[in-house]
Design a protein. Structure first.
Length: 286
């Protein structure tokens, strides 16, 4: 009797457990009866169902991330670019989500990725390389989100955002080589310009230095000539004064100077008339 009672109590408990299900925060749920959806979009909390004939399926309603591998696209200029992007999405309709992908998030992402990539290809094909990597990025992603949501509405998901993480030029792309060549050319132009400015400044400094040297030499020569002229004038004045005071002594002094100059040569020969005026003071040396 007691064993029968225990079995009945266990059956009641098991039945009670199968009559309720819990939807946690960040989840949504659908209720199936014989494989057919009879109710969906349950909010977090405790809910009831018929045991054995009804089944509750819960899905993660939080924001999901699709991190796609980088893909190569062509711009409107027929230039290759590698675009790496990430997609933020969530379940918007649990009924459609279960019907389309059987509630499998991996399968949903597998169907979502081609749609976003096709939209990315269309958006990049209509833009130039400059627009893709700079000012048009925000406009590009806004348009992509809008178009992708229209195509994925039957999946029961909503794309919240598409963000471009990186835009690269392929290593083997001619665009990359042309960019490097342009950068090299620009750097060379800057270097040549700086070199020309440096040469110009050097020539200007050198010319100014040469001018200063010429000015200093001219001023020094002028001062030297002025000093020499003043000295010659003073010497001439002294000579004149001396000559005026004692003409005989002046003549004698000048003769001695002449003797010193003419008789100073060690191997020189001087032929003079003994009665020459030049030998006057030698002859009268007594």
């Amino acid at each position: 009797m007691r064993s029968l009672l225990a079995i009945v109590i266990a059956a009641v408990i098991l039945l009670a457990i199968n009559c309720v299900f819990v939807v946690r925060e960040g989840q949504t749920a659908i209720l199936l009866q014989f494989g057919r959806i009879i109710e969906s979009d349950y909010k977090p909390g405790l809910h009831f169902k018929l045991p054995l004939v009804q089944q509750a399926l819960r899905f993660d309603a939080r924001l999901q991330t699709l991190d796609a591998a980088a893909e190569r696209y062509l711009t409107s200029e027929k230039k290759d670019v590698n675009v790496d992007f990430v997609v933020k999405w969530k379940i918007s309709d649990s009924t459609k989500f279960y019907t389309a992908v059987a509630g499998d998030q991996d399968r949903a992402q597998q169907r979502l990725a081609p749609t976003v990539k096709d939209g990315m290809r269309t958006a990049i094909n209509s833009r130039t390389l400059k627009e893709v990597v700079s000012s048009a990025r925000s406009d590009l992603t806004d348009t992509l989100v809008k178009n992708a949501n229209e195509k994925t509405r039957n999946l029961g998901i909503e794309i919240i955002d598409v963000r471009i993480k990186r835009v690269d030029l392929p290593e083997a792309s001619s665009v990359l080589r042309s960019v490097y060549e342009r950068m090299r050319s620009e750097r060379k132009q800057v270097a040549d310009s700086l070199r020309a400015e440096g040469n110009e400044a050097a020539e200007r400094i050198r010319a100014d230095a040469d001018r200063q040297v010429q000015i200093l030499k001219a001023e020094a020569y002028r001062e030297a000539q002025t000093g020499r002229g003043e000295g010659d004038a003073q010497a001439a004045k002294i000579y004149a004064d001396s000559y005026g005071k004692d003409a005989e002594f002046y003549a004698f002094y000048r003769s001695l100077e002449a003797y010193r100059e003419s008789l100073n040569a060690p191997n020189g020969v001087l032929v003079l008339d003994p009665n020459s005026e030049f030998l006057k003071y030698l002859q009268n040396s007594k």
